[in-house]
Design a protein around this ligand. Structure first.
Ligand code: CUA
Length: 320
């Protein structure tokens, strides 16, 4: 997908400032590379020419003076270019700071090995929504993302929206993002945090405010009552299996918070923090053999007789 996870396809004001800085750095670096290459080639070929002509060598004072001028000009140009980069870097930082402090929505994002917990407390009084690996934000609204980690250092990075911000155990960090057009952008943990660092991804879904509000209402609701016998049986299987040691499904007695909240599991597009898409087949594979999909993941194997397994799957499919 074009620009799905790319700092060169900015989808908000913060990312736009960063993209401009990237192009300025790239442009100046390309110019320096070109200048050095040209100077090098010139030095190489000029020598040959002179050997061919067997011309009278220039007096040493003259050569030294000329060399001094060339070196002086190169040093001056280097200082100027570095100063331009320094100034641009500071100016971009200042512009990013200016975009903070206008947030209308705060989301708490917690980095776990290896998935993202996402907590909203929207409205007055606060109506809480907890989800995982899929951050929804309304378009045109500055959103403050508060970042914490209970285990190791992670880094929150959505290149289309902003730069990186670390999640540090024992401390709280924040970043302000804003999407100026609807879209789905991929985010990725950008700090090595263990075996499955690469599969610690998430999606940011930027949508018009009404769509976001509708999504929020759906997330607030407890899990729907299963519509058929197999799904009802699946719920019983779930509630007496080891699943309840880690997961919560609101509307049932499962209320653990160690793993992702599954109340609206099927409303999400990815499983296992982006390791696989959220389809029935992948969900079955994930439950049957999580270590085969994501070695090292904290999810244990759930061994069930096939009829129970199918029932469990049928139940999880109802969690929309
Ligand atoms: Cu979390 Cu890398």
């Amino acid at each position: 997908m074009n620009g799905f996870q790319s700092a060169l396809h900015p989808a908000g004001p913060q990312a736009l400032h960063i993209e401009r800085l990237i192009w300025l750095f790239t442009g100046i670096s390309a110019f320096v590379l070109l200048a050095v290459t040209v100077a090098l080639l010139w030095a190489v070929f000029r020598r040959r020419e002179r050997r061919d002509l067997a011309a009278e060598p220039r007096p040493p004072e003259l050569r030294e003076r000329r060399l001094g001028r060339v070196v002086g000009a190169a040093v001056a140009l280097t200082v100027v270019l570095l100063f331009v980069l320094l100034t641009a870097s500071f100016a971009t930082d200042r512009r990013l700071l200016d975009l903070e402090g206008r947030e209308q929505l705060t989301v708490h994002v917690i980095g776990h090995q290896w998935w993202w917990e996402i907590r909203y407390a929207h409205g007055e009084p606060a109506r809480r929504v907890i989800t995982a690996n899929e951050l929804h934000i309304p378009v045109g609204v500055p959103v403050r993302i508060e970042l914490t980690s209970p285990d190791v250092i992670h880094s929150f990075w959505v290149p289309n929206l902003h730069g990186k911000q670390d999640l540090i155990p024992g401390s709280s960090n924040a970043i302000t993002i804003e999407a100026d057009r609807p879209g789905t952008y991929r985010g990725q943990c950008a700090e090595f945090c263990g075996l499955q660092h690469a599969f610690m991804a998430f999606l940011v879904v930027a949508e018009p405010e009404e769509t976001f509000d509708a999504w929020y209402e759906r997330q607030l609701a407890p899990a729907r009552e299963p519509g058929n016998d197999q799904a009802r049986r699946g719920r019983e299987v779930f509630l007496r299996s080891a699943c309840v040691m880690c997961h919560r499904i609101r509307g049932t007695s499962a209320s653990a918070t160690y793993g992702p909240d599954l109340t609206h599991l099927k409303s999400r597009q990815i499983l296992a923090a982006g390791a696989v898409p959220d389809t029935r087949g992948h969900l079955a594979a994930w439950i049957a053999d999580p270590q085969g999909i994501k070695p090292g993941a904290r999810m244990p194997i759930t061994a069930l007789p096939p009829p129970d397994f199918q029932a469990l799957l049928a139940y999880l499919e109802t969690l929309e």
